[in-house]
Design a protein around this ligand. Structure first.
Ligand SMILES: *Cc1c(COP(=O)(O)O)cnc(C)c1O
Length: 443
């Protein structure tokens, strides 16, 4: 069926008003925010909302202990500091993730090392992990990417064999499970983000969980300047015993997070229902590759990813160019499609040019002075590179958006895939696909 695509002047399938924004604000948010205002307590390490959130998140995940903090990045940094990572240590993470999974190592004067991903799950490939380990390796940070748990059993086994710490970056995977266990509780420590994009939103904020009392106590010190608290008087001693930071959260974000947590499972189920529907429908279109979820995992679809394969679509086109053409055509149909990471993390300038403290190549020089080289060759991450060439994110699968909107996504896909010639003719048009800022707060 020939039809004029919106990119060639036809009528778009979707309107922006078909989308509802994230997060969803209910009376629960108003009630708990009002509790804070009525209490007059705005902050404090043991303030009521902060303490309640820590208790509730520990209960929700099944962890023994939880600390709330200013961001997911802060939680990752606290976790590395808690296991005594320092200059010259290497920290392994996935090549396809958000920068913070790696820059947290730099913040602790350690050196990030990347492992390529699995082609189906987009998570760290355990088969490639051992080759990245050496006598300097101290920590592995698997990332549960886009809401899908990493393959934790083989990663845990390798971590144990080499006596390494395991810190889970669960910043995108609140409520996801691996073999029935909530992510964040499998390794030594788990970290979550509460920024306004994430499945659990506090505006900004982070959560740090562990079963270890040692990491709990150390985390508390690191979160607050390293200042010791007197055990008897419970007063701050203003005597730092460890290098700490100022990573305390506050009552308003903690209250908002608690209210949002009341709905987390319900909202995750909406994401899953939307994703399952899309995968079933889009999977029927030759050239569209929906995300894969292994049977032992519960995926919570922080992001819904699709990949494109020109050969399967019957088109003679280079894969990256094909993705760009399809992405632009879908975007012009009103679908808020667009890439998240555009390159593997090690391809970013900060790693290519080793841009460390004060513009120097510290901390890499710590080891380079001993003759160790860090090249971050992009060719070492071919699967992550291939993913970045061929994927796009379909934004807006979060609640309260439902199957009606998803039906329109599918309609837009059918329209574009029935008229790929038109899409390819416009591959070089100046169009910048992606969500508008308002979908997740402010741009
Ligand atoms: C969001 C995110 C972070 C950082 O969280 P912030 O709260 O934004 O600091 C870390 N890792 C991953 C994988 C993330 O998606």
């Amino acid at each position: 069926m020939t039809e004029k695509l919106a990119i060639s002047g036809g009528t778009p399938v979707l309107q922006r008003s078909d989308y509802k924004n994230w997060p969803i604000i209910t009376d629960d948010d108003r009630r708990l925010i009002n509790e804070v205002l009525d209490s007059g307590i705005m902050a404090g390490g043991t303030a009521p909302q902060v303490s309640a959130l820590e208790k509730e998140w520990a209960e929700y995940t099944g962890a023994k202990h939880c600390l709330t903090t200013t961001s997911g990045t802060a939680a990752l940094h606290m976790a590395l500091a808690a296991v005594d990572v320092g200059p010259g240590d290497e920290v392994i993470t996935s090549a396809f993730t958000f920068l913070a999974s790696a820059s947290c190592a730099l913040h602790q004067n350690a050196i990030p090392v990347f492992v390529d991903i699995d082609a189906r799950t987009y998570n760290m490939d355990p088969a490639k992990l051992e080759a990245a380990i050496n006598e300097r390796t101290k920590v592995i940070i698997p990332v549960h990417i886009q809401g899908l748990p990493a393959d934790m059993d083989p990663i845990m086994e390798i971590a144990r064999k080499h006596n390494l710490y395991l810190i889970e970056d669960a910043c995108q995977a609140h409520g996801a499970t691996y073999k029935g266990k909530k992510v964040g509780t499998i390794g030594d420590l788990g970290t979550f983000s509460l920024n306004n994009f994430k499945n659990l939103c506090g505006g900004e904020g982070g959560l740090y969980i562990t079963d270890s009392e040692v990491y709990l106590n150390k985390g508390m010190l690191i979160r607050c300047f390293g200042d010791e608290i007197d055990e008897v008087s419970h007063r701050r001693q203003y005597n730092a015993s460890i290098l700490g930071y100022m990573y305390r959260n506050q009552e308003l974000p903690a209250a908002l997070t608690r209210a949002q947590l009341l709905h987390l499972d319900e909202y995750n189920e909406v994401r899953i229902a939307n994703a399952d529907y899309l995968s079933a429908e889009l999977g029927k279109i030759p050239g569209v590759i929906p995300p894969y979820c292994p049977p032992e995992c519960k995926h919570v679809y922080f992001m819904y990813n699709v990949r494109f394969d020109p050969q399967a679509a019957g088109v003679d086109c280079e894969p990256r160019r094909f993705r760009i053409a399809v992405e632009k055509a879908l975007y012009k149909e009103g679908l808020l499609a667009g890439q998240w990471q555009t390159m593997p993390v090690p391809a970013q300038d900060i790693f290519q040019q080793k841009l460390g403290y004060g513009g120097s190549s510290y901390p890499w020089v710590v080891n380079e002075a001993k003759g160790i080289r860090y090249d971050y060759r992009v060719d070492d991450y071919p699967v992550a590179q291939d993913l970045c060439d061929t994927y796009t994110v379909l934004h807006g699968i979060h609640a309260p958006n439902g199957l009606e909107l998803m039906g329109k996504f599918v309609e837009a896909f059918h329209k574009v895939f029935s008229n790929l010639g038109q899409a390819l003719d416009h591959a070089d048009d100046e169009i910048y696909p992606g969500p508008d800022g308002a979908l997740y707060g402010a741009g």
